[in-house]
Write a protein that binds this ligand. Structure first.
Ligand SMILES: [Zn+2]
Ligand SMILES: [Zn+2]
Length: 136
């Protein structure tokens, strides 16, 4: 069982199945959201996440053209993004896990928008200028 939560501890979750994929996202939205050069996240198996506490603290920013960004309204910690058509499709921020999430990011996407102030690490991961293609 994977567990995690927000910065203030109000929100806690558990995930009952291994994460299915993971990447770094360098898009402008992720830079704004995290305050950093890229966001690391892992896709969960649909339906495998349970909120243990703090559901009432969760808020989401729902842009018209993308997935909802769910965060803790008390401490502002980023928790996951949700597919607007199927909220069970979630990508959880790796920084919210208590321990090892059991997966490593395997690609970098939206590198065309990478921050000017931090070079993309030369880590051998495939880079995609736009969204990572399905299955890549
Ligand atoms: Zn919190
Ligand atoms: Zn992004």
């Amino acid at each position: 069982m994977l567990t995690g939560g927000c910065l203030c501890g109000g929100v806690r979750y558990e995930i009952s199945e291994p994460l299915v994929s993971s990447n770094y996202c360098h898009c402008t939205r992720c830079q704004r959201r995290t305050g950093t050069a890229a966001s690391a996240q892992g896709r969960i198996a649909p339906g495998s996440m349970r909120i243990l506490q703090g559901e009432e603290l969760l808020r989401a920013w729902r842009p018209a053209d993308g997935s909802a960004k769910v965060f803790c309204s008390e401490c502002g910690a980023h928790m996951w993004s949700e597919d607007p058509k199927d909220p069970e499709i979630r990508a959880v921020r790796l920084g919210s896990f208590d321990g090892d999430p059991g997966i490593r990011p395997s690609a970098r996407q939206f590198t065309a928008y990478a921050a000017a102030w931090e070079p993309i690490p030369d880590d051998g991961l495939p880079r995609f200028p736009e969204r990572r293609p399905p299955g890549a």
